[in-house]
Design a protein. Sequence first.
Length: 542
Amino acid sequence: MCRGFRSLVVSVGATVMGSACGTPPPEIQDLVLDRRPSESVPLAAQVMFQTDRQTTVSLEIDDGRLSWNVDTGQPAAFDHAVPVLGLRPDRTHIVRVVVTDNNGLTSTSDALEVVTDPLPDDFPPIDVRISKPSRMEPGITMLEPTFRATDEDGPGYHLLVAVDETGEVVWYYKATQPVADARRLQNGNLLYRTGRAGPLYEIDMLGNPVSEWHTNRTPEKDVRDKSIHVNVDTLHHETFETLSGNILAISTELRAYDNYPTSDSIGDAPKATSEVLGDVLVEFDRRGNVLRETSLLDLIDPYRIGYNSLDWGGAWRTLFSEAEVHPRRDWAHANAVVMDESERFAIVSLRHQDAVVKIDLDRNELVWILGNHDDWGPKWQKYLLRPLGEVIWPFHQHAPMITPHGTLLLFDNGNYRARPFDDPIPASESFSRAVEYRINEEMMEVEELWSYGGPGDERFFARFLGDADWMPQTGNILINFGGLVSDPSGVPVVDGAGHNWVRIVEVTHESPAEKVFEIFIDDDRPAGWSVYRAERLPSLYP
């Protein structure tokens, strides 16, 4: 039983307010409060009731420190099931339901009391350094903190968390599996992925399952009865809902190549046959039907490697458990995909190629390549974007997005900032940044317009993960340095074990930029925390 909860479900009355003459105000009937509709979303309640005519619903909430009104956004109806979202931990909330009919007449319920528990002791520590609400993009920030457990005991659950403009937790979802790449769908629900083969889950804001998809390599123990099968190898890193409501995602295939490089540091090392993991773009509908597939091994030079292209990490070893006939290689490591409004072109981040590419999905053709020009063969020269002015190429980047101005914004992790077989930059000089490029496809040119992050006073190096999002109202940029790793002295760690921590910052789109929001997630335990992506939602309500 949760602290302060005498009963989880109670019935209450209603007080009608409105015009004293003429048409009476709407009547609230059979109002029931469920103080804990879902164990997976502790900071939420739900009210259920009927009205004698179609009404819309808003909520008045007071927690003793703050009071606010919520437009639930639900269409006018007779029957209502309304989530109460945005409750703060360890407080007593007074909630009133307000209904409004199409004549503008209102009724308000009696006060409802919801007492919330404190956050768990092992909850990620969120340290708020800067909060300037008047300068920030309105809304809540959603993030997926992950404890990087090694031999330590982390939380017995996984998290998706939302904080308000002051950095206070106002919603969280407890999952039994890791949560990654969470995003809001057009219907208001949330979509997230777990593992590199799925499942892919859709949930509502109370944490109730709505849909689920799995692949050919999803572990059998993770496939539930109503899960929808998608006939692809895996679903890894990122998914993107198209305007048509389909899902664009990244899958995989293995192909064998003779005379393949065996070293990214010794240029004349012997070659050998290798099994190369190629990324495959897949678009499927909500019923699991695969509509389009594009194999990147058919478009990008399979013999071009970057740093880490010859790796074969533990996650892939687990999924591809069959015996290796030849060494396996994580050649391109696609980690993000977005689609333009025409639903014809996709932009893909290839981390191990240190390149971002645009692909015509209808024709299965390359359009352009943004990245370092070294080691691209003659066949690919015509696709390389020529730098206009001073351009710093991205290295091991994440999360490209198309801004409202048609520019390209991404998170440039900056690993190595070199190509095989050149020397990487020292760890102490490494830096990550958000960067915006303008691309002229007619001239095949790229121009760097704006960036935030080192070198300089704001030098942070996130060797993995990361995100940079354009804020639609303010034009600010929300940046997630989600994979910061350092040694005990605080020096960044490029490869190998280290202490993980997170910095999320919102800055103005200026030079120099102003920080308007900044939080850190860190603690004293050796393993620490990471965050896959950070998103700003206008509201917890759809």
